[in-house]
Design a binder for this molecule. Sequence first.
Ligand code: NAD
Ligand code: MG
Length: 483
Amino acid sequence: MSSNPFQYAPAPESRSIVDIAPSYGLFIDGEFVDGSGEPFKTVNPATEEVLTEVSTGTAADVDRAVAAARRAYTRVWGPMRPADRGKYLFRIARLLQERAREFAVLESLDNGKPIRESRDVDVPLAAAHFFYHAGWADKLDHAGLGPNPRALGVAGQVIPWNFPLLMLAWKVAPALATGNTVVLKPAETTPLTALLFAEICRQADLPPGVVNIVTGAGDTGRAVVEHGDVDKVAFTGSTEVGKSIARAVAGTRKKLTLELGGKAANIVFDDAPIDQAVEGIVQGIFFNQGHVCCAGSRLLVQESIHDELIASLQRRIGTLRVGDPLDKNTDIGAINSAEQLARIRELSDFGEAEGANRWQPTCELPERGFWFPPTVFTDVSPAHRIAREEVFGPVLSVLTFRTPDEAVAKANNTTYGLSAGIWTEKGSRILKIANQLRAGVVWANTFNKFDPTSPFGGYKQSGYGREGGRHGLAAYLKGADSK
Ligand code: NAD
Ligand code: MG
């Protein structure tokens, strides 16, 4: 970025560690098989280069996958000693670590996220989720979820493109640890790490049918969710699709968890350490290009420090490096798809049209690929679309408040309720405000911190059920309530 006085020499990670085949099938019953639908292409969003062609699973393919999962559940995985299930999960976790660099490069190629994040966040956290749940496999009696908790059966799982491998881990690890088998559908723009995970399942000698991966778009997802022999549905993605899934599942015996959108408030009080808060704001909204359901997309600043904070924030944003996701110096990578880029542009244009003030650093963007500079809107009012709707991109909306009560009222003035942040030096204020916020996760003097031991999930239109921690186990067990 030209405003940056320190220019870094490029430090590209080599892509030669990954071996992308010209085409991929579905992973059903331990084998790669052709899908019956029209294959689709997945691209590298940083270059628009086609990476490979992937099978589309039809309803008939999903049916085969569910049948394989049912057989594996009834004959092998369900009856297996819990400690043995744990051994498989430990093995998967170790294999993810051994092949971490390969997963990180592949994730950055298919998704556009910086290698620094896929290497240091996505892949280690995915392995951590398998390690954590491996430990639970033979201790479910002691999870406080009742005596002898029982698996549900076959789980149908649909995940988005923002954290492809990590969302897979959030879904697959707890399902397997609790004795369920799975049919998982990755997002259509980012199927490749799930297919590499299928290879890990084979390497780990996981019994065929325990994990099945069916690629495709929304129709394939619908076939998974609506399949009559699925006992549990777990979905992460947009609120709109989440609502349609809730309707489809209503009245069936299926258990459902929904992890949907968010519009988190990141609240900065006048006694907060400004430099730390600035780092937290940057981390909150520009991590993963802002493609984060719990992103701190609404900055609420106490009025008395507004100008000072915004000036610091702009200085800091001026040092962010936008560009090649495989460069180890890159802070902000590519927007995941042309469609998502169009949505970010549209909402940002609305922001300006509705009277907010757009600021972007001077920033040279690559010519090919999908890019959007880090963006800050000031003078945003709560009624503006950019204050209400999830942009799911590197766009921050700044609002102000005068009193703690006003901060809480504005923070809760949203149809969502996934996460929130509080920046203040006062511990008592953190506890008081956190109790008043209607959000599943509240971070204090930090943001976007994830850990497999900590439950994650939403209020209101952000969804229901929890993933992670002891609460997350309940979502995959009979009788246990995850809420
Ligand atoms: P989406 O909800 O359309 O897609 C998520 C997953 O659901 C994908 O695998 C998709 O193929 C599948 N799907 C689509 N229609 C389906 C249906 N009817 N039944 C079953 N599965 C279906 O999300 P998107 O189009 O990728 O993104 C749109 C918006 O969603 C974003 O702008 C953002 O606001 C939000 N989003 C939220 C999250 C999150 O983590 N909460 C993640 C991605 C996107
Ligand atoms: Mg892709």
